[in-house]
Write a protein that binds this ligand. Structure first.
Ligand SMILES: [Zn+2]
Length: 346
């Protein structure tokens, strides 16, 4: 390889996407003490009581004795006479999640978005509005932010049914000016139809396209439940054969033990090409914000000893977050078009 070719190769790889997949555990980690008003994010167990659905469900004699939303919803889904109750459940779930509000201090969802760039993607399975609320704040700092995909819909996402525009539910279509319609929420049943709704379909196309080219993947608090087997299969198809993914890295942020994690993801993970972190702040996102793919290349291909010198730490003030993010963005903006970013030497 000539020096020019080597440079081009390095630039291309460093500019490949970092895909972050979020599950319920990410939201729980984002608001461990509740939201801005002390309201807790849901867990699937005990959620029915929290929604005040216990009385309503008493009338229909469920076969399942579980109080887990997935089990209950799967049964309701198979019983057409329960359609009205399903509608009521949907309304209550939207109401509950719409009420969640991101705390005013910098949250890990803020840092997660600021740690990534336009080439990257955050794909979430969560219905709660926290990520989008964080996006609205991050936007004030920079427009160079990752794309977002809402794989099971979201209470704060809306879209125009006639045009290709979507965004915050309270906004309007750029083309026809009509207010957005709420995107559907996909429920935890065994067979979800990811292609039935255009918005959800677009979200899946986005995650597939980015996964195909991804250099780094982070799975944060997503347990890959059995009812998501189709989701896993779609992602697997995009990821391709593990043997052809020997340069790429996989990272988990999860409190579950490593064995259980790897069992769910073994079709994605090449031998020991993965890291497990117990919390966000030890992940590549917090350790090397906006440089995750750059650092991965420098460490693994250039054999550089990389140290996290510019990182997000717990308890940062908005001023501190601003200063660090601005410094990184300035460096990006000053970079000539044919150059690439390099991890600063330790
Ligand atoms: Zn429109």
């Amino acid at each position: 390889m000539s020096p020019e070719e080597a440079n081009k190769y390095q630039r291309l790889i460093k500019n490949r996407p970092h895909v972050v997949i979020l599950g319920a555990g990410a939201t729980m980690a984002a608001i461990p003490d509740g939201d801005n008003n002390g309201k807790k994010s849901s867990v699937m167990n005990g959620f029915i009581e929290a929604l005040g659905m216990t009385e309503i469900l008493k009338g229909i004699k469920l076969k399942t004795s579980s109080n887990n939303l997935e089990d209950i919803y799967s049964e309701l889904h198979g019983r057409p006479e329960c359609d009205a109750i399903r509608g009521e459940l949907d309304r209550k779930i939207r109401e509950y999640f719409s009420g969640l509000e991101i705390p005013s201090q910098p949250n890990i969802y803020d840092l997660l978005l600021l740690a990534l760039r336009k080439k990257d993607l955050v794909a979430t399975f969560n219905w709660d509005p926290l990520l989008l609320q964080a996006y609205q704040r991050a936007c004030k700092l920079t427009k160079d932010l990752p794309d977002m995909a809402f794989l099971h819909g979201n209470v704060l996402v809306g879209y125009c049914r006639n045009h290709k525009w979507g965004g915050i539910l309270t906004a309007s279509c750029r083309e026809c000016g009509e207010p957005f319609h709420p995107a559907p929420l996909l429920y935890p049943v065994a067979h979800k139809d990811y292609a039935a709704d255009p918005y959800i379909k677009d979200s899946w196309n986005a995650v597939r396209n980015k996964l195909k080219r991804a250099y780094l993947v982070t799975v944060f608090g997503y347990s890959a439940p059995k009812t998501d087997s189709e989701a896993i299969a779609l992602m697997k198809e995009a990821w391709g054969a593990v043997e052809e993914r020997t340069l790429e890295d996989f990272e988990f942020i999860d409190i579950r033990d490593e064995e259980a994690l790897i069992e769910s993801w073994q079709e994605f993970v090449h031998s020991h090409h993965y890291q497990v972190h117990r919390d966000f702040f030890s992940s590549s996102l917090a350790q090397h914000p906006r440089r995750t793919t750059v650092e991965l290349f420098d460490r693994t291909m250039e054999c550089m000893f990389t140290e996290a010198l510019r990182k997000f730490v717990p308890g940062m003030s908005w001023d501190e977050v601003n200063v660090l993010t601005r410094k990184l963005i300035n460096e990006e903006e000053e970079l000539p078009a044919d150059a690439f970013l390099v991890t600063p030497p330790a």
